[in-house]
Design a protein around this ligand. Structure first.
Ligand code: NAP
Length: 303
């Protein structure tokens, strides 16, 4: 293997330790801790497992954590009322609504009801606008792109002047990460191209990328010959391609593959993220960081 592995699990540990330390300092000085409410509607096993992990992480960091588990048939009005309650709750700094929501609920309406100053997922149009403006306007970058940028910075990859190619234009990954990389500032200042299903000759764009960020949701879409030697490859894709028995637990688990042919790409790239254990752990980490930041904004603590 020639590429340096960028391990999300290791960077996660580093950042969570930094957050934990700051939480203690703020508690000692201001007698307050970050407050996060997680709102889960229904009983989808995937959503339950995501929320459980978020709750566990928040508790381990010493946050105040409130779990709001609501039935599948909750009305949109009741859900909006719940959000309003936590918008007004002074002890809550972050409101997270686990998606997807049941079909009878308009998720845009729900996300837009969250106070933008508690929108730690960064999906509210006000925060999307702040991200677009950049600089000191930015409050809560959406968690997956925020994690991607932090991984690139902590791996020591130069972004200034780099050719960045982003595969995918979703509102949660592709568009925000492209927007972040193009801004002036730390971990950015790059020349950015976004490619998608309407792009002619995907390969030619990928081939000139110093930093290739792939968020398409197509297993092994990016072929090894599309990778520029020595480049940094960030694979956001998480694709279930089968099942296997876990050696640790003896239980059935999903076989996951990224959007990049990892085994071959790692012989060409200079840096690469694995799947799993790459971008995945960073998303929850940055949610915790955004919640801490929300409290710091409220207390007027900079940095
Ligand atoms: P999405 O909303 O489905 O968007 C996928 C994007 O990729 C679309 O813009 C689509 O183009 C583009 N695309 C799909 N096939 C393509 C192809 N053959 N050639 C060029 N472009 C193609 O997905 P997403 O929410 O951004 O997620 C992408 C992947 O990242 C998924 O595997 C998801 O599970 C994973 N993910 C991981 C995390 C994490 O924490 N690790 C977080 C979020 C997402 P069009 O717009 O033209 O359709």
């Amino acid at each position: 293997m020639t590429a340096k592995l960028i391990k999300g699990t290791e960077i996660q540990k580093e950042i969570l330790e930094e957050i934990g330390k700051e939480v203690k300092e703020i508690k000692e000085k201001h007698n307050v801790v970050p407050g996060l409410v997680t709102i889960l509607v229904g009983e989808s096993p995937a959503s339950i497992s995501y929320v459980t992990l978020k709750i566990k992480t928040a508790n381990a960091l010493g946050f105040k954590e409130i779990q709001e588990n609501q039935p599948d048939d909750i009305s949109e009005a009741d859900l909006l009322a719940l959000i309003d309650k936590y918008n007004k709750d002074e002890s809550i700094n972050g409101i997270l609504v686990q998606l997807p929501l049941p079909k009878h609920i308009d998720d845009k309406k729900v996300l837009n009801a969250i106070d933008p100053d508690k929108d730690v997922d960064g999906f509210h149009p006000v925060n999307v606008g702040r991200l677009m403006i950049g600089g000191s306007e930015v409050k809560f970058p959406p968690c997956t792109p925020y994690g991607i940028q932090e991984m690139i910075v902590r791996a020591g990859v130069e972004t200034k002047g780099a050719e960045v190619v982003v595969v995918g234009r979703s509102n949660i990954v592709g568009k925000p990460i492209a927007n972040m990389m193009v801004q002036k500032g730390r971990g950015a200042n790059a020349t950015v191209t976004i490619v998608h299903t309407g792009t002619q000759d995907l390969a030619s764009h990928c081939k000139r990328a110093d930093i290739l960020i792939v968020a398409a949701g197509v297993p092994e879409l990016v072929k090894p010959e599309w990778i520029k030697p020595g480049s940094c490859v960030i694979d956001v894709g998480v694709n279930r391609v089968g099942e296997k028995i876990s050696e640790k637990t003896g239980k059935k688990i999903a076989i996951l593959k990224g959007d990049v042919d990892f085994d071959k790409a790692k012989e060409i790239a200079g840096y690469i993220t694995p799947v799993p254990g790459g971008v995945g752990p960073m998303t929850i980490t940055m949610l915790m960081l955004n919640t801490l930041k929300s409290l710091k904004f409220k207390l007027g603590i900079s940095s």
